[in-house]
Design a protein. Structure first.
Length: 160
């Protein structure tokens, strides 16, 4: 017996995973399961007021505590143990290319991560930041346009 979902966001992410799992399988049963997962995805997208493409690749334990307004492009890759807050957009600019989000990344409320940028493992994006350049592992990006702030370990080492 499968465990119950803790939230609508968990159910939404599970429907995406089911669709992707059955997409790679042949046969009529896989086709039916894909269609069921697609209908669930559409319904849960409406209920959560989010737009996460069904082809988005994301790792284990992606957390969407408040999924309202979250928009994620279908070609985006997100690592393990990430947290994406409400009203976040992760997508492309008119010139193309999409972000790659590492593991253990936190993206604050209202942030926009756009274009062919990379967010390194453990990076943090502040609320309402507009990220248009790479953010190294462990660093924080804040502002519009976002500027990268050194990781806390480097800041404390340089002030001593």
């Amino acid at each position: 017996m499968s465990k119950p979902y803790r939230s609508l966001a968990d159910a939404l992410l599970a429907s995406i995973r089911r669709h992707q799992r059955h997409r790679s399988r042949p046969g009529a049963l896989a086709w039916v399961m894909r269609k069921i997962a697609r209908v669930q995805h559409i319904a849960l997208s409406k209920l959560t007021a989010s737009d996460i493409d069904i082809h988005t690749t994301f790792g284990d334990n992606l957390r969407l505590p408040h999924p309202t307004g979250v928009v994620i492009h279908g070609d985006v890759r997100i690592g393990d143990d990430c947290m994406v807050m409400q009203q976040v957009t992760i997508g492309q600019l008119a010139t193309g290319g999409v972000p790659v989000v590492g593991s253990k990344v936190y993206i604050g409320a209202g942030a926009k991560v756009l274009g062919p940028v990379s967010l390194g493992d453990g990076a943090q994006v502040g609320a309402n930041a507009v990220v248009l350049q790479d953010v190294p592992a462990g660093a924080t990006a804040v502002g519009i346009p976002a500027r990268v702030i050194a990781p806390p370990s480097e800041t404390t080492a340089s002030s001593s």
